[in-house]
Design a protein around this ligand. Sequence first.
Ligand SMILES: Cc1cc2nc3c(=O)[nH]c(=O)nc-3n(C[C@H](O)[C@H](O)[C@H](O)COP(=O)(O)OP(=O)(O)OC[C@H]3O[C@@H](n4cnc5c(N)ncnc54)[C@H](O)[C@@H]3O)c2cc1C
Length: 409
Amino acid sequence: MPNKSVLIIGGGIAGCSSAYALAKRGVKVTLIEQHDGIATEASGNPQAMLYPRLSGGDSASQFALACYLFSLDLLAKLQLQADDFHACGMLQLGFNDRELARLQKVLAWPEAAKHLRLLNQDEASQQAGMALLHPALYFPHAAWLNPQALCQSLIAHGNITVKTSVKITRLLKKDGVFEVYAGDSCLEKSPTVVLANANQAQNLGLGLQLKIHAVRGQLSFVGVSPLSASLRTIVCSDGYLSPASQGRHSLGASFSQDGSAALDELDQQANLSKLNSYAKGLYGSLKNNLQGGRVSFRCSSADYFPLLGELLDHPAVSAQPPRPNAHAASLPWSEGLYVNLAHGSRGFTSAPYCGEILAGLICRENLAIDPAMLSRLNPNRFLLRQLGLKKLARNLPSVAASGMHASLG
Ligand SMILES: Cc1cc2nc3c(=O)[nH]c(=O)nc-3n(C[C@H](O)[C@H](O)[C@H](O)COP(=O)(O)OP(=O)(O)OC[C@H]3O[C@@H](n4cnc5c(N)ncnc54)[C@H](O)[C@@H]3O)c2cc1C
């Protein structure tokens, strides 16, 4: 689809993945980021773990597995430098009865069983390179990666122009085209816009009812010890510890509704004490090695699924709710306005897959995704559910039903 253009707001993993997937299809992309570089907010940690959180064959697990496999494939294609991507594997510990039951359910799901195996405590310890206290599910292809390197690699495509230090404050639609404002100045005009700016998508004057919220997370950095230097895999319980990179480990992460961006000593200790519950020797060797940390804010939806697709005109739908059996084509769409948002605590697994699906939606391709799954991701679902329109929320297409893309420029 050459000579078409899309503007994306937000230069984290969601924006960069969406840009890449569109650029590959010949679409000219302008990516706008408010900071002076990309991947500086939630996507700005020095290491991100790539693994799926599975519970069995439920829809959340199906989605997580599809995302994981897609990201692994993408990373194989991108060929990041050895310092930026380590397929070190991951051990998900069965650290209590509930977790053990979850691991058993995952093992019983044939789709997942191909990509992991159950290790007893000794085998898990051997795989990790040190003593662990629990059996574990082992994901041999799981990895950690450098988010900055991944995002840079995604936007290196010739069809992508990146504009940094530009904070978008408002979007206005006039004559089928979105005017994109920073303060009083209209900076760009584009018939197709993707909001990939996480929690701030709600602050663009569009009256969106997305049901997303910020979840504070604090990652601790821990200097490597003689013992921890031999850690070979990511170890994951209700927190995680990465193998060392550049002399330190990432130990994560806290979850809270607090809005403070300052590093919190209690969170540092809480991250360490999770480690104590599954690897006492490792804890002993690392507890005095804290080297600061990093706070950022996840963007989560009320049902933990991302938001992906084209938006309805939310104020218009609220003002005049449609009938439960209304045809999608009769609804007031905000045609050309898409979102790729709410990746919660797994954005490096989910955002690349969502970027690919989004590009397919924008280019009106036949998609290789189960329609039921697409409907779970529909960005209008919360608005419609809130209006009591559950069936419509389930059946609404992810794009306006007006045929081939009038709205691509
Ligand atoms: C402590 C912690 C640890 C985590 N660990 C992992 C992990 O190991 N593995 C994993 O997969 N995920 C992890 N996550 C989650 C992951 O970081 C997020 O899911 C992911 O980064 C979200 O990406 P995003 O692009 O949606 O949002 P962001 O990275 O926040 O990007 C949004 C971008 O939009 C820009 N922006 C916002 N408003 C505007 C505007 N008005 N104009 C212009 N630009 C704007 C912002 O500056 C920002 O760069 C972790 C999160 C936290 C907090």
